[in-house]
Structure formats: C-alpha cells, structure tokens
Design a protein around this ligand. Structure first.
Ligand SMILES: *[C@@H]1O[C@H](CO)[C@@H](O)[C@H](O)[C@H]1NC(C)=O
Ligand SMILES: *[C@@H]1O[C@H](CO)[C@@H](O)[C@H](O)[C@H]1NC(C)=O
Length: 386
C-alpha cells in the first residue's frame, strides 16, 4: 500500500479509476483522521489508502470532489509545515507519520489529526473540543452529529446557511463548555468555518435539476460514517464513503480558494458573531476577543474587515505573522515552513491582492489566553457527549 506513494506522476488517474471499481475500504494500518472528506477519499482510493500524502497528489481531491487545485496545494503546504515531514514532503490525514531515521531524531510529525491549535482547531461539526474531551478532538461524537443532523431535518436538506447557524451555535457551545477555548487565526477563523462550508460544497449531490447541489440527511450520514436512525446514531470509524449513485460538483466549476474565502465572508457578514479571534481567559464564559484594529495597526477593524479584498488580505498577512507562533516547539524550521506556505499561496486570490503592509504583532497579545499554547498529542478517551 505504501508503494502507491512511490509511483510516478500520472498514475493517479489510473489509480482513481481502479478505485472507483473497487469497494471503499480501510484497514487497521491505514491512517484516518478527523476530516470525513479526506477519510472517504482514502477509503475510495482517490488519495493513497494509507492516509499519507505528498504535495504532488493534487488530482485525487479534484477528481473526486471538484476541489480547486489551489485549495489542495495551500492546505497540503500548511499540513507539511505544521505537522508533516519536511524531509519527504509528506503529511498524514490523521495521526503520526511512521517513524524513520530522520524524523525519529527530530520528533515524529504528528499529522493533521493531532495538531491541535495549529492545523486543526475546536468548534468542529462532529468532533468535541480537545480540552473538553481529554485531548481527543479526533473521534466523532454522536451527540454532536445529532446537533448537526437536526439543523437540516425540517426539509431534509442541508445548506451553507443552516451550517453557518450551526457554526454559530457550536462556537457558543465552545465558549460555554471549554474553559480553555481559544480560536487561533488559521484553524478556527479560516479552516473551521470553511470546513462547515466544505460539507455542502463538496458532498452535495449535483444534478441538472439541482446544479448547486443537494445534501440530504442520508447523504450526510453516509459521508460521516454514521449508521442508525434519528435520534439513535452510531459512528462506525473507517466507513466514510460517497453515497451510491452520487453526482459530484461539475469539474468545470471547481471550488477554488477565491470561492472558499468568498463563502467565509458571506458567512461572517450574515453571522458576525462567528468571526472569533480570541478565547476564554479565565474559565468558561470568559470569552475576550483580540482587537483586530490593534493587531493590524489600525488597518482593519470589525467594520471594514469583510469588505472588498480586506478579509483575503488579512488572512494573507496575518497568517504570515502567525506562523512562528504556530510552530513554537515544533520541529519544522520557521523560514522553510513560511517559504513552503507562501510558495503555495492560492493563485485564485493571491495574484489579485494588493495588501497593505502590517506591523509585526506582539505575541504577548496571546498571554491572557490559557488555551492558546495547548497542543494535545493524542486521542485518549473516544467519543463522548459534548
Ligand atoms: C443524485 O441526483 C441524481 C439526479 O437527480 C439522482 O439520480 C441520484 O439518485 C442522486 N444521488 C443520490 C445519492 O441522491
Ligand atoms: C489596543 O491599543 C490600545 C492603545 O494602544 C491599548 O491601550 C490597548 O491595551 C490595546 N488593546 C489590546 C486588546 O491589545
């Protein structure tokens, strides 16, 4: 299985074709993580079944879901920089990469699934916050799945607007339940709301009658590895898959980075409360936001952040400033990580941006947030109510 990594480029398409002819599956040695889309892609063989990817495997998620190549490259670069292996330029969709001679000296890269506050963050659709679940932000929580399922039950249809409201509720749940809740810039401000949108953008059934896609409760269960009927759902790890006879989004309209950012902006504009950069400062219900105006030297504020290119620029500039903070204590070299991320900055937004230069922010702004430095290393407790 590991040998799929070593095959020359161009065989990805053949592998994908073969995969479609075979049943979705995973074995105990395959790595699976907290992203149902990646898990399903690995189960179907659109990405390597072992759950370990490199930068070149851009076609799998495009072919399966219509994910923009620039989205893949950017997320892959982040994965490698934050919790992957620079020597092989590989990353894992779940737990740690296998140890090798080099990384066993430097520290085995932990993979996306166990990279709390760096790549992954709290306020997920179906995973508990790490702190409230003994460090396990990896297992799917049936309680949480139930909340998400309920959000579209009225007409058995799930939409970005319903998931935006769900995201707002999940954010409040984090503030109320998680004493160490912290929303870092990359994982919670960008990835988490985008992940809610990804479910609709990528997993909906697209047809001529419904060109924008249609996601039902049954589709949602299948993608997220759930069996059972409302309200008694059961998570069966490793069984994420595409529904039978499912139609992907048109490949002529891939979901590219510009669309990801645009949908985040629509969501934040509709539910301003969901834009959070900050956290609890002294137990539950002590949320205090970081002042955007302050950290950007007055360039952006809560009023202008979601107009024009401002949000894309804010993401671009602040992300650069956040890299050293995110990498603190990790093995990868800051300069190399920054270079890798910026070499892969999405073409669909990067080229059109003329962003003002921001002053370097002072990392002492994170001091009041107890949870800001938390990095949970491994799942411990399994699903629970949260
Ligand atoms: C997707 O839509 C097509 C066209 O309406 C339909 O034939 C097919 O059964 C749908 N697939 C699923 C999984 O709902
Ligand atoms: C914002 O800036 C003002 C003036 O420089 C300062 O007094 C205040 O403490 C800052 N607030 C935060 C949250 O950093």
């Amino acid at each position: 299985m590991a040998s799929t990594l070593l095959l020359p480029l161009g065989t990805t398409a053949v592998l994908a074709l073969l995969a479609r002819l075979s049943m979705p599956r995973s074995s105990v040695n395959d790595i699976r993580g907290r992203c149902p889309g990646l898990n399903a892609a690995a189960n179907h063989g659109y990405i390597p079944r072992n759950g370990i990817l490199n930068m070149e495997q851009t076609n799998g998620l495009f072919t399966m879901f219509g994910m923009g190549i620039d989205v893949f490259q950017f997320l892959a670069a982040y994965s490698i920089a934050f919790d992957g292996d620079f020597t092989t330029l590989t990353w894992s969709i779940g737990g740690p990469l296998p140890a090798n001679a080099v990384n066993s000296l430097l520290g085995v890269p932990q993979g996306d699934g166990w990279s709390h506050n760096n790549y992954e963050g709290d306020t997920s659709i179906t995973r508990c916050d790490a702190y409230t679940n003994g460090g396990d932000a990896h297992s799917s929580s049936p309680t949480r799945f139930l909340y998400a399922y309920q959000s579209g039950m009225d007409n058995d249809r799930y939409t970005m607007d319903k998931f935006a409201r769900l995201y707002a509720k999940n954010t409040h749940r984090s503030i109320q339940q998680n004493a160490r809740y912290f929303a870092p810039l990359f994982s919670t401000t960008i990835v988490s709301p985008a992940a809610h949108n990804f479910v609709i953008a990528f997993m909906s059934n697209h047809s001529q009658a419904e060109p924008g896609g249609y996601l039902t409760g049954d589709h949602f269960k299948t993608w997220f590895a759930y069996t059972g009927n409302y309200p008694n759902f059961k998570w069966v790890p490793g069984t994420e898959r595409m529904p039978k006879n499912w139609y992907k989004r048109p490949l002529l309209e891939p979901y590219n980075a510009a669309a990801v950012i645009a949908d985040d902006v629509v969501e934040f504009a509709a539910y301003p409360d969901t834009f959070r950069f900050g956290g609890n400062t002294g137990g539950v219900n002590t949320y205090t936001g970081i002042d955007i105006n302050n950290i950007t030297g007055g360039v952006y504020n809560s009023k202008n952040l979601f107009t024009g290119n401002n949000f894309a620029c804010f993401v671009f500039s602040n992300q650069q400033q956040a890299i050293p903070q995110a990498l603190k204590g990790l093995v990868n070299n800051v300069a190399a990580a920054t270079q890798l991320i910026f070499n892969n900055f999405p073409a669909s937004i990067g080229s059109s941006l003329k962003c003002p230069q921001l002053a370097q922010y002072d990392n002492s702004i994170f001091d009041p947030y107890e949870g800001a430095g938390d990095s949970w290393m491994a799942p411990k407790t399994g699903p629970k109510n949260c």
